[in-house]
Design a protein around this ligand. Structure first.
Ligand code: ZN
Length: 136
């Protein structure tokens, strides 16, 4: 995950996005967010060892959690134990997506192919098989 995001970052170096700004930098896509995605993805894999459907759901939730806005919340794949939006709406409170650091969607659109590729069911199966083979 991290290596793929770094690759996307390198490929976008010097490219001006549709909002007139570049991919990374302050209030943009940072290396710490790439590390955060990597950690969440690794945790999803560890927690869903025998649950491919759960792994698929949790993997997609990582991206959509960050892609969500007040106008377009996308928490269908989120775990209610971790997602503050679900927790707030369950208790009838309003959740403000702007209360957290917002990564512009134009930046997230550049890493979406990484998620699309790594989080498709066939690649998740292959990743799990590879991990199992490494342990033997
Ligand atoms: Zn969520």
């Amino acid at each position: 995950m991290f290596n793929r995001i770094v690759k996307a970052k390198k490929e976008s170096k010097g490219v001006v996005l549709s909002d007139g700004k570049r991919f990374n930098g302050k209030s943009r896509f940072t290396d710490s967010l790439a590390i955060k995605f990597k950690i969440h993805f690794a945790k999803a894999i560890c927690d869903s060892k025998h649950d491919l459907k759960g792994l698929y759901k949790r993997s997609l939730a990582i991206f959509h959690q960050h892609y969500s806005t007040n106008k377009q919340p996308m928490h269908d794949w989120c775990d209610g134990r971790c997602c503050k939006y679900i927790q707030a709406t369950t208790t009838g409170e309003e959740y403000n997506h702007n209360s957290r650091s917002i990564i512009p969607r134009v930046c997230l659109d550049l890493v979406r192919p990484v998620f699309d590729e790594l989080c498709c069911v066939n690649n998740l199966i292959r990743g799990c098989e590879w991990r199992l083979a490494q342990r033997q």
